[in-house]
Design a protein around this ligand. Structure first.
Ligand SMILES: Nc1ncnc2c1ncn2[C@@H]1O[C@H](COP(=O)(O)OP(=O)(O)OP(=O)(O)O)[C@@H](O)[C@H]1O
Length: 278
């Protein structure tokens, strides 16, 4: 299923958080959303899965306005792995993974043998079989990420939204997660901070700044030194990854940020960028 944002703007508390963003993600392709902290990546993604109403513009899934779908219809089309999980109530890992099947069940329908098979497969794929009987709330950050990924896989949707999915993950599972998510032939939209993961796994990257879309295209087209300096205020060089041949962005020192746009907070952003690239 393809996904289109058409002139999407979001205003919250009188502030324009997303400004007139239009972009299309072709069916089965992977879009990486990049940009500094607070530039509107999550907010834009939230308009896709109806967690945030656009103040203007439309978000379409295969030509259907997501606002015209009910919650269950959205959940059958779009699975979401969001940044923070607030689901701290006492359920086990297996039960958490089973929640992915809810949009496919009727009423209070019992879990079928096929559902259980899907759970087994998903937990195995994310390396969480051994955690199945544990309480979700008691897991480490990385273990929780694995289980939340398993839940999105059991949901079996044609569209997958990942909001900074590699937070908390060790380096091997970062690669594994991106590979699991992007090798299923489904449409993936993911907010990322790691430009090299974006270069490795995304068909398109979109660079956002202060709520606006600065550039969109193939990773090697968008992730150039000028765009990275304009977006993040850091110097960089684009190399070729010696193992994969994909773009490899080496980030170096901070350069003065360009004049901040209205709703950016340049001091905070700069602090974050220093931390992330240290
Ligand atoms: N519900 C809300 N109420 C007030 N402000 C909000 C709300 N949601 C988002 N914002 C603000 O909108 C801006 C964009 O937030 P968003 O989470 O979309 O950014 P982001 O690009 O995903 O950031 P990060 O990389 O830090 O996750 C931020 O300044 C944030 O504080």
């Amino acid at each position: 299923m393809n996904v289109s944002f058409e002139k999407v703007s979001v205003e919250i508390g009188g502030h324009r958080i997303v400004n007139n963003v239009s972009l299309t993600v072709p069916s089965g392709s992977v879009l990486g959303l990049l940009g500094p902290n607070g530039c509107g990546k999550s907010t834009l993604l939230r308009t896709l899965y109806r967690a945030q109403k656009p103040s203007s513009g439309t978000v379409l899934v295969n030509g259907t306005d997501v606002r015209s779908l009910d919650g269950r219809e959205v959940a059958r089309r779009i699975a979401v792995m969001a940044q923070e999980s607030t689901q701290e109530f006492p359920i086990t890992v297996r039960e958490m993974a089973m929640l992915g099947r809810v949009p496919h069940q009727r009423g209070f329908g019992a879990d079928s043998a096929a559902d259980h098979e899907l759970i087994d497969t998903a937990l195995r794929e994310v390396g969480a079989t051994h955690l199945a009987a544990r309480y979700f709330a008691g897991l480490s950050g990385g273990e929780k990420q694995r289980v939340l990924l398993a839940r999105t896989l059991t949901q079996q949707t044609p569209v997958l939204v990942l909001d900074e999915p590699t937070n908390h993950l060790d380096v091997a599972f970062q690669l594994e997660l991106m590979s699991l998510a992007t090798s299923r032939g489904i449409t993936v939209l993911t907010a990322l901070h790691d430009m090299n993961l974006a270069g490795e796994y995304c068909d398109q990257v979109a660079l956002m700044r202060a709520g606006e879309l600065q550039a969109i295209g193939r990773p090697h087209e968008v992730l150039d030194e000028d765009a990275i300096r304009a977006g993040f205020g850091v110097d960089s060089r684009r190399l070729e990854h010696p193992l994969t041949g994909r773009p490899l962005i080496a980030v170096a020192r901070i350069t003065p940020l360009p004049a901040p746009a209205a709703q950016q907070q340049p001091i905070n952003h700069e602090t974050e960028i220093v931390k992330e690239n240290a």
